[in-house]
Design a protein around this ligand. Structure first.
Ligand code: ATP
Ligand code: MG
Length: 448
């Protein structure tokens, strides 16, 4: 249309009718989070923030997209994540190799190094946000999922490993979760792992006929991961393999035993699982997982461990570190399973406005209410036309909103500088009138 020829008085024209466009869908394995379920996420996030504050962990927010090299270097080339789960792409504009973060520890370490955050001493940090892995979507396993993570960087002693485990345990307690078990292991230090690795390869070579293709491929790259197999045919061989624990030296054993003593002192029970190895290459000494029987095969709700060599690997001055990450979807699923989720949230008050001419007064009154912390849902016109709808239809909406009370800004009441207050829940809708002046005080009294 030629803009010059459009006169001011002309009504805006509806766009020309075209064929209905094909429906668009969210990417498979990536979910929209709608109300009211989103309120349960906010509730969980609030619990997390309060608890992190209690343990003096501070929030860190890093980008969703990182250089691909960060994960290849950080997680290890022969890991499930780097081999087959990453969303990697080339930036069309400058050719940079980028990846949607599959986990956040590598990014946290990058940020800590980049901003020289350990300069003034060790740091306790936490994060919360989406991660991306190209996996087969199923219950408890998505392509966009969310993690809460806690990381303590610059601390070498076992007491911080214990603190982090107690922190996670406190979260389960705070949420009221039951049937969560802690599994613990020590991976020792690199030379100890090397000695074990050689013994393990020799052992696995003796059983080569039992190994599946993936295991054979990993025999000389990542034999430890073979012990983590889900293939039933390989269970017996995995059970009988040389145990890393038997290769640990004095210092590694001391670290592990002190951690155990501190967990005992905190009343945190655990089982030692010598086959617990975790998916990333970067761990040493302590590794652990919190698992539940209640979620089927996606039963690990939280995993973590020590990663004393990652900071150096990513280009920082060598410094020890330890951390964990929990899967938000799985924790919420477990809360749901155990009937621990809060019920939906509603506004306290629904404002009924029989005539649009009252709106300026309504806005002033609602502003005063909201300033006092009262949650108010205002009636507004919906659908075609400019009308607000009949009283009857407004009351229907007020009932459906779940609000406990209605405030009715009727013309007669307003003429007397008053409004009507009506209970929507108890009995047969008791009601009373109250002056507009001091309305916020009246309402907060009625709500308390
Ligand atoms: P799994 O063995 O179940 O694949 P993982 O060892 O790959 O887990 P981590 O990388 O340790 O998982 O991530 C920590 C936590 O994040 C897991 O314990 C789990 O609760 C959650 N998590 C991992 N991958 C997914 C996913 N694809 N969808 C939902 N949650 C996930
Ligand atoms: Mg995985």
């Amino acid at each position: 249309m030629d803009a010059d020829k459009t006169s001011q008085s002309q009504a805006p024209q509806a766009p020309a009718k075209t064929a209905k466009p094909a429906a668009l869908h969210a990417v498979k394995g990536m979910n929209d989070l709608l109300p009211p379920a989103s309120a349960q996420w906010e509730w969980l996030e609030d619990k997390v923030r309060v608890l992190m504050q209690r343990f003096a962990y501070r929030n860190l927010r890093t980008p969703i997209v990182e250089p691909t090299a960060l994960f290849v270097r950080g997680l290890g080339e022969v890991t499930d994540i780097v081999e087959k789960e990453m969303y990697s792409f080339e930036d069309r504009l400058n050719g940079e190799h980028l990846t949607l973060r599959p986990e956040a520890t590598a990014g946290v370490v990058r940020a800590v190094v980049e901003h020289n955050m350990l300069y003034e001493g060790p740091k306790r940090l936490y994060y919360l946000g989406p991660m991306f892995r190209h996996e087969r979507p199923q219950r408890g396993r998505y392509r966009q999922f969310h993690q809460v993570g806690a990381e303590a960087l610059g601390f070498a002693g076992p007491e911080i490993d214990a603190e982090l485990i107690v922190l996670a345990q406190s979260l389960w307690q705070e949420l009221g979760l039951r049937d969560v078990r802690l599994e613990l292991n020590s991976l020792g230090q690199p030379p100890e792992r090397l000695a074990h690795r050689q013994a393990l390869i020799a052992y696995l070579e003796q059983h080569i006929d039992v190994l599946d293709e993936e295991a054979k491929r990993r025999l000389h790259t990542n034999p430890l991961r073979i012990l983590d197999t889900k293939n039933p045919a390989m269970q017996a061989v995995a059970e009988g393999a040389p145990k890393l624990m038997d290769f640990l030296g004095e210092a590694s054993l001391a670290h592990f035993n002190t951690l155990r003593a501190l967990l005992d002192a905190s009343g945190v029970s655990y089982t030692i699982n010598p086959r617990l190895v975790r998916g990333m290459d970067y761990y040493n000494l302590t590794v652990f997982e919190f698992v539940t029987q209640s979620l089927g095969s996606q039963g690990t709700i939280c995993g973590g461990g020590r990663y004393d060599y990652l900071i150096e690997q990513i280009g920082g001055k060598p410094a020890p570190a330890v951390g964990w990450a929990l899967g938000v979807e799985r924790v919420l699923e477990l809360l749901k399973e155990q009937d621990l989720l809060p019920t939906a949230t509603h506004a306290d008050v629904y404002a009924i406005v029989p005539d649009a001419s009252a709106m300026p007064v309504v806005f002033e009154a609602l502003h005063a209410l909201r300033s006092q912390g009262v949650s108010v849902q205002m009636h507004a016109g919906a659908g075609e036309g400019l009308g607000l709808g009949s009283m009857k239809s407004q009351f229907k909406k007020a009932d459906a909103s779940g609000a406990r009370f209605a405030l009715i800004f009727g013309a007669d009441e307003l003429a007397r500088q008053e409004v009507t207050w009506k209970s929507l829940r108890d009995g047969q809708g008791q009601q009373e009138t109250t002056p507009l002046e001091g309305l916020a005080t009246f309402v907060t009294k009625r709500l308390s």
